[in-house]
Write a protein that binds this ligand. Structure first.
Ligand code: KG4
Ligand code: ZN
Length: 342
């Protein structure tokens, strides 16, 4: 088995993956949402301190004897992420690997999200992927386990981050994605009367052929609409609905351009914390059908950060013998170029 650790942002998670058939034997995650909600976003110093408490707590599920008998390698996210959060996971991984005398495998977090599509199953390559999370909004081209390129990126905020920032303006809890999605769904079920005069926001980069994402203009449009307005229930629901529609439409328009101009693969995957957005999933499925693509959606329980995806990504590195010397294991807040070609 591989014991994997994820601590790049605000989720402390450990998993066990069977090397022979990729099956997931254990995955536990302690979320820190409640601790960060008062601040409307992740506070790195707080996240790191909570990891230092949570990771050992999850590890208590296993006796040293069990670990000695079963673990063949320890995998850990080393990049990209919040440096002091990454450090907590790496420190734990080094200690366990040394204690068990097993190799250490370093995993790029974005690759981990790609492998979230293949937990418990064979990977499918080539495959193109939309990664939408709190830290990233990218289209990736994955030719193989070892060759992934970023095809398009955000110019400013990420998709998930824009939900978090709009939620903060509306005094909704962190993370903003689920709250805004729920309010939008409620708004759509409202009486015709309360759905009158919906708020419509401009769709970023509409009409432009640029293959990039941008959410800061939309965020500012929401800021202006909210300014000096009483935040009653109906107004909050209207803003949520208008914002989610514009943000998702922007992503869909960029994907349409990608499918028309650059896409090569038959398979199209959707991953990352914000891949849990049901409206986005439905619309991407329709778009994939239109372009004769086979859509692969990350299981809802593995969209947000977790160690299962890190363990799954580590299996091929284990077979390829791509281990990292414990003394040389370094964290990097940004993806290093050898892991991701741009
Ligand atoms: O992948 P993830 O757990 O952490 C990062 O690596 O960033 O993603 C968390 C992000 C947050 O910004 C959260 O608001 C967003 O995913 N998110 C959503 C939804 N659920 C989570 N965004 C839109 N709609 C959702 N249903
Ligand atoms: Zn993530």
């Amino acid at each position: 088995m591989i014991l994997s650790i994820e601590s790049s942002c605000d989720d402390s998670s450990l998993a066990l993956t069977r090397i022979s058939d990729f099956s997931l034997l254990f995955c536990e995650k302690l979320s820190q949402d409640a601790a960060h909600t008062a601040f409307g976003g992740v506070v790195p110093e707080l996240a790191s301190r909570i990891h230092a408490k949570n990771l050992p707590q999850i590890l208590k599920n296993f006796s040293p004897d069990f670990l000695r008998k079963n673990i063949r390698a320890v995998a850990v996210t080393t990049e990209p992420g919040l440096s002091i959060s990454l450090l907590e996971g790496v420190l734990m991984a080094k200690t366990i690997a040394q204690f068990l005398s097993v190799p250490l495998i370093t995993v790029n977090h974005l690759k981990g999200h790609v492998f979230s599509l293949f937990i418990g199953q064979e990977a499918i390559f080539p495959c193109e992927i939309l990664l939408v999370s709190g830290g990233h909004t990218q289209i990736l081209r994955a030719r193989s386990e070892n060759s992934m390129q970023i095809v398009a990126e955000t110019l400013d905020d990420s998709f998930g981050e824009s939900f978090d920032k709009v939620a903060k303006m509306l005094h909704l809890p962190y993370p903003g994605g689920p709250a805004i999605q729920d309010l939008t769904a409620k708004f759509q079920k409202n009486s015709t009367k309360s759905r009158e005069n919906p708020i419509i926001f401009p769709i970023p980069l509409q009409g432009k052929k640029t293959l990039a994402f941008s959410f800061s203009g939309l965020k500012n449009a929401v800021r202006l609409a909210v300014q000096n307005h009483t935040l009653d229930e109906n107004f909050i629901a209207k803003i949520s609905h208008g914002f989610q529609f514009a943000a998702c439409s922007h992503v869909l328009q960029r994907l349409q351009i990608f499918f028309e101009t650059m896409s090569e693969a038959r398979y199209f995957g959707v991953v990352g914390g914000a891949a849990a957005n049901l409206f986005l999933r439905d619309e991407i499925l329709k778009l994939c059908e239109k372009f004769n693509k086979i859509a692969l959606f990350c299981d809802l329980k593995f969209c947000s950060d977790n160690a299962a995806m890190i363990g799954r990504a580590a299996v091929w590195k284990f077979h390829a013998g791509q281990f990292c010397d414990i003394k040389n294991a370094e964290i990097s807040p940004k993806s290093s170029p050898h892991e991701f070609e741009i």
